[in-house]
Design a protein around this ligand. Sequence first.
Ligand SMILES: [Zn+2]
Length: 57
Amino acid sequence: MKPQTKFLKVKCKKCNNEQIIFNKASTVVKCLVCGEVLAVPTGGKADIKTTILEVYS
Ligand SMILES: [Zn+2]
């Protein structure tokens, strides 16, 4: 079975910046504006640490 890859629109809890991230990030994803950690990799699937606004499948 093919693993599901999705793009997520998230909002930084700290500065409210909206950013599109990948749900299978292999590195820590940080807010482009303030540097807050938005997602951390956990064995293939990203653990989203902030508010998810939309999921694009
Ligand atoms: Zn931010």
